[in-house]
Design a protein around this ligand. Structure first.
Ligand SMILES: [Zn+2]
Length: 224
């Protein structure tokens, strides 16, 4: 009786799933993605209760082809048929940074959907080259307008409060959280800064003086 009168509760992640997947010193073989959509005024077309949520990649043992968490998120957001005249701000917290394929697809999505902005916080860097050049993928994603950063304690705590069924328990940072986060953040900055700003002049300057070479005379010697 009581349950039917209350608004439908949003599904929350259990504590162990969060800790197992978002702990930045772990190395789990799956990806979780938590998302938040800042709703614009007016009819946002986001179904009630769906502005925040989480999903994971479709694993190989489930029927059908595997699908990465980012692709499933794009499937979801595309299904809402958002209003092109409104502005949507989307934030994703992903347990692994996007692979090269997902980064390219997210970049395409942003270029095709200028009414939507995207911020991505990743718990860890996905650095396998199995799906292509992940570094190039991240730079393409950034060039398409996405903000990409590594999760720090502030973001972990925010996710805990927003997406986890914590039963009132506070977020407990794990050992090495800050150190690992700083290390990964430097790694990401290094990757993203390799993209030269368009204002820089070309790096090649022709030499202004002929380069002196060995003198012909010195090579012939003086035997005669
Ligand atoms: Zn991917």
């Amino acid at each position: 009786m009581e349950a039917s009168a209350a608004p439908m509760a949003r599904r929350l992640m259990d504590e162990d799933t969060f800790t197992e997947n978002f702990n930045n010193v772990n190395w789990p073989r799956k990806t979780y993605l938590c998302y938040e959509v800042e709703l614009p005024d007016g009819n946002s077309r986001v179904p009630p209760g769906w502005d925040k949520g989480f999903l994971r990649n479709k694993p190989v043992h489930v029927a059908g082809p595997p699908r990465d968490a980012e692709m499933r998120f794009l499937d979801l957001i595309s299904s809402w048929n958002l209003d092109q005249k409104l502005r949507y701000r989307v934030t994703c917290f992903i347990s692994w940074s996007p692979c090269a394929v997902c980064a390219q697809r997210l970049a395409e999505f942003l270029r095709e959907n200028s009414h939507l902005s995207l911020r991505i916080f990743a718990s860890r860097m996905y650095t396998k080259r199995k799906y292509g050049d992940y570094e190039e993928g991240l730079r393409t994603l950034q060039a398409a307008g996405a903000q990409i950063a590594i999760m720090a304690s502030e973001e972990f705590e925010h996710c805990w409060k927003t997406f986890v069924d914590h039963q009132g328990r506070p977020f407990q940072p794990w050992d090495e959280l800050d150190a690992k986060s700083r290390y990964l953040s430097e790694q990401l900055q290094h990757i993203l800064q390799l993209m030269a700003p368009p204002s820089l002049p070309p790096l090649y300057f022709p030499p202004s003086h002929p380069v002196p070479g060995p003198s012909f005379r010195s090579l012939t010697g003086s035997s005669g």
